[in-house]
Design a protein. Sequence first.
Length: 591
Amino acid sequence: MDTGRIVKVAGPLIVAEGLQDANMFDVVRVGRRRLIGEIIEMRGDKASIQVYEETAGIGPGDAVETTGAPLSVELGPGLIETIYDGIQRPLEAIRAIAGSCITRGIEVPSLSRDKKWKFEPIAEKGARVQAGDFLGEVRETVVVDHKIMVPNGISGVLEEIRGGEFTVTEEIAKIKTDDGNIVPLTMMQKWPVRRERPYKEKLPPTIPIMTGQRIIDTLFPIAKGGTAAVPGPFGSGKTVVQHQLAKWADVDIVIYIGCGERGNEMTDVLREFPELKDPRTGESLMKRTVLIANTSDMPVAAREASVYTGITIAEYFRDMGYAVAVIADSTSRWAEALREMSGRLEEMPGEEGYPAYLSSRMAQFYERAGRVICLGSDGREGSLSAVGAVSPPGGDISEPVSQATLRIVKVYWGLDSSLAYRRHFPAINWLQSYSLYLDRLSDWYDEKMGRGFMEMREKTMRILQNENELDEIVRLVGIDALSPTDRVTMEAARIIREDFLQQNAFTDTDSYTSYDKQYGLLGLIMAYYDQALKSVKSNVPLDAVLNVSARDRIARAKDIPEDQYKMQYENILKELTAQFDALIQEGGDAE
């Protein structure tokens, strides 16, 4: 271990000399309280260190001791259901020791050293194993089977393996490597947070994530292993959108990172998730969730670490063959932390004071997402999808963080404050948002949903775009100036907006919508549109077309429970067709 002395303190940044043998990104212990820090710049024997705790009381002359290891996370049984801070300290364990306030310098292991887990071997003694192969499994929760894998860089013959109840640091197996060394293995492994975990091959994003949110699944889908951004001004519903994704997304594990957002938002997550029932398993949502809480009142330097901590834990579960979603709220706060540390390092500022390397840092995070073939001899597949909220000041997405994010991610769900003020949630603007995965996903939709689904989506987008153009005419000369066919288009667009795109996150029937129900809802709206156009072309009076009683049933269709939907869908469609047929018949008789 190398020891140096502090020569400068500037908030969360300290400079220490006498550390010529230290390395970049080494973890250090600062001062008498042994605060946790990380070296972020080396100049000769001087090291600039960002400290992940409050530096009050630290001054020149205080000792700094390097650990000789980079910032790493502990990976093993005990991650699920745990709430960590940005540097993977378990907050519940800290509260049990130190009370509600985190004591500076407190050292608590990330994974409990006392709890015993029942390990059931899968591999057999004498088998040849390689990095990523399963040794056995632990039933971590009723939902998650935690696979114990051979650590990266190790391969050989399994000399010994035993089942039973062990702590994460007790030996469960021994491997004899090719050079004759015996390597003891435990259920825990460590991994540096800034280093991407390896895999065999990256696969194309050809499978969508089912989120249950109609505007996302139908209009702007995200693929498994994909990346998405949710930019929007204050009060436009970023957090609710992310909560909905965490609750309903078709993934096995959720890593939720509260990065620099308000503490009350994390409190909502902590209160809601244990009570919410997972639609896939019927168990509490926390049974497949890891929470990382690094709120705005916590040290600013730890925001960057929290993002890397979260995505490293996600990669670990991806390597087991799980589909994992990382939800970061919000990357803007992380960027602000980078800006503050860059300013204290006296680096040349880029646009709006952000560091020149802002884009590359954000790319390093998002590019760790992907659908991959994992290490190991079984060729299993895992996926890691990343969704980041962006909080641009004043909702201006031309600012650097939003622009850097949009250059990297493939899906943009642009939140609109004007929609939020009209109580239209999710407030995703359908004219500004996009998904670059549509072409890749179209084969999946054709196979699973039928060819009509993508055609219906394109037709829906055309109607919404036509409404936007017609809206300009209506503002100038009034709605009466429109032709009957344009009036039908305006009415169909209104139904799409109010009865399909708008969704209530707080009601059981509307919070989540399956693909089949989404297809059915859109099918009813398109049937109304087609029949209405046919009627006005047959000289049926416009008022009669716009006021068919079946239209009210379409408006209420989204509140039909999933198990009753198919039967009622057929009834509404029959009623709708019969009413329009009667109108056309009356029009023909009148002629």
